[in-house]
Ligand binder design. Structure first.
Ligand code: 13P
Ligand code: SF4
Length: 317
């Protein structure tokens, strides 16, 4: 009871300060339920980047991880971008450093570099195209077929894109997300036997994605679909009384349940929690608003290069 009152008090203060200081709150689909509930906009990496460009408020409070706040700052340099905790990083983004990308490029000087949005601003600045899980196939299909592609950092998303586009000239970086890579074929098999009538919505960063694709594409079954987080939301919106196994970070279940209360959702594993995403709490959001911390700003010389691959992506999708 006391806890509930404390929470209500914090939320009240957040709304008051947000208005006074002309702040918009953007939150990723993996955020804690109470953070999603105070957000002005919830979405996937692509949706959040697009929203960051459109918002009218002078301050963006980004409830997500560091690379997402950086992307917002790249796209809206005139705005102040705040993140409630600077330690909210991303294991996938850390798996491809600027130095590693420079060395990789030296080995393939004529290749086109395609990197996932889960990368630092410096890595984006050295890339030709940026992609998110919802548009990677489309972006890769837009690149001339004879061009070698260096795709990073997520090897599972890369394997998925290679298979769908049927391109043989995609070189994959061996990076992964510690949350999604842990999901193996056995987890899917177990969930299938526990929920035989459910549809499987699988994020392409999952370690099971190659085997799941055999089901989804090669055998022309449609009980497993590979989707970005926002793609999952759209899929569930189509059928208000479905049964789904969700193979991605469990934070998304809050939004899915709100959208479709009559549907049944089962996480493929309760352990799929991103410790970085969960660093953002109501207390930290309030602190952020009170003290105007922590600002995420990309240096202009990096920003002007990093925006090019992002704009190329946005113009294709
Ligand atoms: P989405 O772009 O699908 O939201 O994915 C972002 C992410 O960090 C996945 O782990
Ligand atoms: Fe990064 Fe994985 Fe967390 Fe997404 S779930 S933010 S890819 S560590």
């Amino acid at each position: 009871m006391e806890e509930k009152m404390k929470k209500e008090e914090i939320v009240k203060k957040i709304f008051k300060l947000k208005k006074e200081k002309d702040v918009v709150i953007l939150a990723h689909n993996y955020q804690r339920p109470e953070i999603q509930d105070i957000a002005d906009f919830i979405g996937d990496s692509l949706g959040l980047s697009q929203e960051a460009r459109k918002v009218k408020e002078s301050v963006i409070l980004f409830c997500g991880v560091h690379f997402m706040a950086e992307t917002a700052s790249i796209l809206s340099p005139e705005k102040k971008v705040l993140i409630p905790d600077l330690e909210a990083g991303c294991s996938l983004s850390d798996s491809l450093t600027l130095h590693q990308l420079k060395e990789w490029k030296k080995r393939y000087p004529d290749a086109v570099v395609v990197t996932y949005v889960n990368t630092s601003a410096e890595v984006k600045a050295l890339s030709d195209y940026c992609v998110t899980s919802s548009n990677a196939v489309k972006v890769v299909n837009s690149i001339p077929e004879d061009k070698t592609i260096l795709f990073g950092p997520d090897m599972f998303l890369g394997a998925y894109v290679s298979r769908v586009t049927k391109r043989k000239n995609i070189r994959l970086w061996a990076g992964e997300c510690h949350v999604h890579s842990a999901i193996k074929e056995e987890d899917i098999i177990r969930a299938k036997s526990n929920h035989p009538n459910a549809r499987f919505l699988i994020h392409p960063e999952c370690g099971c994605v190659t085997s799941c694709m055999v089901d989804a594409y090669d055998r022309k079954k449609n009980d497993s679909i590979i989707l970005s987080t926002e793609g999952m939301i759209r899929e569930v919106e189509k059928n208000k009384e479905g049964e789904y196994v969700i193979a991605t970070e469990t934070g998304i279940l809050h939004r899915l349940k709100k959208i479709s209360p009559a549907s049944k959702f089962y996480p493929v594993s309760e352990e799929m929690e991103c410790n970085f995403m969960k660093m953002i709490t109501l207390e930290k959001v309030l602190n952020s608003l009170k003290n105007d911390v922590y600002e995420v700003k990309v240096r202009e010389e990096i920003r002007e290069k990093a925006i090019i691959p992002i704009e190329r992506m946005v113009s294709i999708c």
